[in-house]
Design a protein around this ligand. Structure first.
Ligand SMILES: [Zn+2]
Length: 364
């Protein structure tokens, strides 16, 4: 796999683990243009540069503005079997190139479907692609990618906060495809919609816990510490997506540190969505580092932010004082907090420790 490893110019030129990245926010612009052409769909632009101008964020904005970006291209990929399998396959190739050894990629199966989904997303006409088949197609794409690019890829299925009626089906899909690469359930979207407003999410996460499906929740990204609290106490989240605003509640933050809760941190994303102050030298991640919290570094939606995993690493190095040792520590923590079965997790940790020259295996 040497040719897939990163070159010397990257910030942390060693195998990495990524736990928080959205499949539909990590599509290649070339692929969107190509699929649109094949399907006879007209986009406002037919160049990569034009598409990047349309879909990427160049300044900090709000989460709402961020979500608007998906409307420019999701209708191109959704409902198209070949395209869905292709984006999953290409995703693995991209991650292998970035030096990622293990990745957990997430998506909402409903947002890529056009049948047995209500409402049908992205103004698509009704077709014959169900959320269930979407999961099957993504599994196939990821698995072909794994074989070809020699890295490991697993998936997480997302419930959407504003679509509580989909949540029970999401957990059932997690159970159905648990032996074909689906490792967890997630809750994504507008954090103001809590479980009191939408009890279906709570029900789905209870079913996940009962069935041994792992759980992560987007919380404390732009929302207050109360959302993080609910994620941990009500939804029994084992990891927190982002979690920056947990530090606004000292008692909660200390409890999370004690529990060794894993934070899936996405620095570049947090700037563009307005989740954190744009000045990286004041980012909550600096506090996480100082407190030796358990966290990973992730891209979230690299297409929308026109970024790569290295953009996040180089930002951490340049503005937050990250060292090679801290990069090793956080990747070991990411592997330990991954949703792999114990044996696979041990293998991954061994591979990382070998690559990091940690002969004393007890050192982390
Ligand atoms: Zn996310």
């Amino acid at each position: 796999m040497a040719e897939h490893l990163v070159s010397n110019q990257v910030t942390f030129n060693k195998p990495k683990v990524e736990l928080h990245v959205h499949l539909d926010g990590a599509i290649r612009p070339e692929t969107i243009l190509d699929v649109a052409k094949k399907r006879g769909l007209v986009l406002p632009t037919d160049t990569v540069q034009g598409l990047l101008r349309l879909c990427t964020m160049s300044r900090p904005a709000t989460l709402t503005e961020f979500l608007e970006k998906f409307k420019h291209y999701m209708h191109v990929i959704a409902g198209d079997r070949e395209a869905i399998q292709r984006i999953a396959y290409e995703f693995v190739e991209t991650k292998a190139r970035e030096g990622v050894l293990y990745v957990e990629v997430r998506y909402s199966p409903h947002l890529l479907a056009n049948n047995k989904v209500n409402p049908i997303p992205w103004n698509q006409k009704e077709g014959d692609l169900t959320p269930d088949e979407v999961v099957d197609l993504v599994n196939q794409g990821l698995s072909e990618g794994e074989k070809k690019f020699k890295i490991k890829a697993r998936s997480i299925l997302c419930c959407m906060r504003d679509r509580p009626e989909w949540s029970m089906e999401v957990v059932e899909l997690c159970k159905k495809y648990r032996n074909r690469g689906v490792v967890a359930i997630d809750l994504a979207g507008d954090e103001s919609l809590n479980c009191k407003t939408c009890p279906e999410h709570k029900k789905a996460f209870e079913e996940a816990e009962r069935s041994g499906v792992h759980r992560t929740v987007h919380a404390g990204e732009v929302g207050p510490p109360a959302v993080v609290k609910e994620a941990v106490e009500v939804l029994k989240a084992e990891r927190i997506g982002h979690g920056y605003h947990a530090i606004d509640d000292q008692a909660l933050y200390e409890r999370l540190l004690e529990k060794n809760m894993h934070f899936e941190v996405c620095p570049i994303s947090s700037k563009f969505t307005g989740a954190c102050v744009p000045d990286f030298t004041k980012h909550p991640l600096i506090r996480f580092k100082k407190d030796e919290a358990n966290y990973s570094l992730n891209t979230d939606d690299p297409f929308i932010f026109n970024s790569t995993l290295d953009t996040d690493y180089s930002t951490a190095k340049t503005y937050m004082g990250f060292t090679e040792d801290e990069f090793k520590r956080l990747n070991i923590n990411a592997a330990k907090s991954s949703f792999l079965p114990e044996k696979d997790k041990k293998d991954l940790l061994n591979r990382l420790r070998d690559a990091y020259g940690m002969n004393d295996k007890a050192s982390f």
